[in-house]
Design a protein around this ligand. Structure first.
Ligand code: ATP
Length: 465
């Protein structure tokens, strides 16, 4: 894991967020190569599950949503993790992730944890010029009403204690969404009204999600800001099982497509008491990461929980009428929920390879070609020979036009260039030498085998595509 983290930083894949100021825990910035790798994975997902299908619709909803969304969905009340605090070092930890539930992992003391309390993981924020300063007004001889940025409550003036529960939440409160799913559910009716698709159909969304994780850790695996790719697949209530099975297969196919070995993927049927509040069945797809076997993505049967709640709270019908009939019902939902960061970590882990070339250790990333951030690197054998540089530029321009992500690399000697390109997972290096000027052919070096072959420039695009 440490090797991968260090390679990611060294070669421009992923940096610690706000690194220059000492970082911000749980946040990560993607460098030039990481951005492309991430985009390649997200585009492949989008093409597979949206573009290439007839039954899918894409949306891109706002991150900030009306607070009622999160009240209706149950997130305000139940999107929590158990938090314990060590009375000795004041460290705070997620109780269900401790190796030893009685031992503080920071100071090593035992018996220093109090009772676990439920900590809500949503980031709260205020929309508009809401007042940051608490204010208070006298309500009666014994009570004052206090209004803070986040809520309003009353206090007994003699005891100083609240006299009643918190009143309606401040309407300026919003949350950074903890999942992209709700942006889909809230647009279900819009999509039905615009397109009236036959059931089953799905709505997909990719985008940022935010969770105030108690202990962000393991590189990007558990971040506070991350990206999700989610589908809500709407089905007839009697047909959820077949849709669930089909998604299960489609997920395996996608994971194979991003280069994950099938023997490292495991399905975990989540028992009822561990399932999210909305789910009647969940399979966690786990992956053997260097940090152990952990959740890569989830497949859940969310019943009509979300649409039913929206109907109840908004007062607007979420029912679907089968065309040409009077059959009306709230569709049920199958949800495959992918986390981009966890996919990236699995792809990096699977691609990371060490071998020996000419007696020396070599590190390379064996990305599937369609995910590699750089498809081909082009070099003149010597950078101080204008005739080689100009021919190499010609080849570079031609390849870039055809393949897009092509890199110009003339730093250091050829051996160093190969090593550098291996480390970033470039499948092919193309070198222009003095023979090229005579025979119009170049040397193509293969990342995985390190074999070098001579290829005519006229055939180059096809041979490296
Ligand atoms: P975990 O149990 O690991 O906290 P979860 O079951 O809460 O995950 P879901 O709510 O099912 O996760 O979220 C769907 C997907 O979003 C997860 O399978 C994962 O890929 C991704 N995800 C969730 N939380 C994070 C996070 N903090 N950092 C990165 N990805 C995440």
């Amino acid at each position: 894991m440490e090797e991968i983290v260090s390679l990611c930083k060294r070669r421009g894949f992923i940096y610690q967020g706000s690194d220059v100021y000492g970082g911000l825990a749980g946040t990560w910035d993607y460098g030039p190569l990481g951005t492309t790798l991430k985009r390649n994975i997200m585009d492949l997902w989008w093409n597979t599950f949206v573009q290439d299908r007839e039954d899918m619709f894409g949306v891109d909803a706002a991150i900030l949503m009306n607070q009622k969304v999160w009240q209706a969905s149950g997130h305000v009340d139940t999107f929590t993790d158990p938090l314990v605090e060590c009375s000795s070092c004041e460290g705070r930890f997620r109780a269900d992730k401790l190796d030893d539930p009685n031992k503080c992992p920071a100071c090593g003391k035992t018996g220093t944890f109090g009772e676990a309390r439920q900590f809500n993981m949503m980031f709260k924020t205020l929309v508009g010029p809401a007042d940051e300063m608490p204010s208070s007004k006298k309500i009666s001889d014994t009570e004052i009403e206090v209004t803070t940025s986040y809520d309003t409550f009353r206090i007994d003036m003699t005891t100083g204690l609240p006299t009643r529960g918190r009143k309606d939440a401040n309407p300026a409160i919003s949350y950074l969404r903890p999942e992209t799913a709700q942006g889909i559910f809230t647009n279900y009716k819009n999509v039905v009204d615009s397109f009236y698709p036959d059931l089953p159909f799905g709505i997909a969304q990719q985008g940022k999600a935010f969770r105030n994780e108690i202990s962000p850790r393991d590189f990007v695996f558990r971040s506070r800001e991350f990206e999700q790719m989610e589908v809500e697949y709407f089905v007839h209530p009697d047909k959820w099982e077949e849709a669930f099975e089909q998604w299960r297969k489609d997920i395996h196919e996608f994971l194979e497509n991003i280069g994950l070995p099938s023997d490292k993927i495991h399905e975990l049927e989540v028992p009822e008491n561990d399932r999210a509040h909305y789910s009647k069945r969940t399979i966690d797809f786990e992956f053997d990461y260097p940090i152990g076997r952990e959740e890569l993505l989830g497949l859940a049967y969310r019943t009509d929980f979300d649409l039913g709640n929206i109907q109840r709270v908004s007062g607007k019908t979420m029912e679907y009428t089968i065309k040409g009939t009077n059959e009306r019902f709230i569709p049920h939902v199958i949800e495959p929920s992918f986390g981009v960061e966890r996919a990236i970590m699995a792809v990096l882990t699977s691609a990371y390879t060490e071998d020996e070339v000419n007696g020396e250790k070599r590190i390379y990333l064996k990305f599937p070609q369609h995910l590699a951030p750089v498809k081909v690197a082009v070099s003149p054998l010597l950078k101080n020979k204008p005739e080689l540089v100009s021919k190499a530029r010609e080849v570079y321009t031609m390849l870039k036009k055809e393949l897009g992500n092509v890199m110009w690399d003339d730093n250091g000697n050829i051996g160093k260039r190969y090593r550098r390109q291996d480390e970033i997972g470039t499948p092919y290096c193309v070198v222009i030498d003095f023979d090229t000027l005579e025979d119009n052919a170049v040397t193509v070096r293969d990342r995985d085998t390190t074999e070098q072959t001579r290829v005519a420039i006229t055939e180059l695009v096809d041979s490296v595509r």
